[in-house]
Write a protein that binds this ligand. Sequence first.
Ligand SMILES: [Zn+2]
Length: 90
Amino acid sequence: MKTFYYNSCRDCRKKLNDGYCEKCENEKEPKAAYNFNMKVSDGTESMWVHVFNNQGEELLGMTAEDMKSVTDYKARFNALIYKVNIINEV
Ligand SMILES: [Zn+2]
C-alpha cells in the first residue's frame, strides 16, 4: 500500500528499520515524516516534485503524525494540488 509518510527516527529523522535506527544505533519510537511525490502543473507542462517532511508540514499545515489520523487525508492532498495549480495560474 502506498503511503504519504515513512516512520522516521525522532532524533535524526532517518528511516527506521523495524523500529531500529541504524544511525543512532538504538531502538527508537517511530515518528511519521512526510515523503511523497506531488505533480505540479503550470497548465502546459507538469513535473513530479518530491516533498520531504518540512515542505509537507508547510504545504499541508499539519504534521505527518497528525495527518495519519485524518480519515479523509486524500481530500487534503487533492486540495493541495488545487492550491498549487492556482498559484501557477497566470
Ligand atoms: Zn536516529
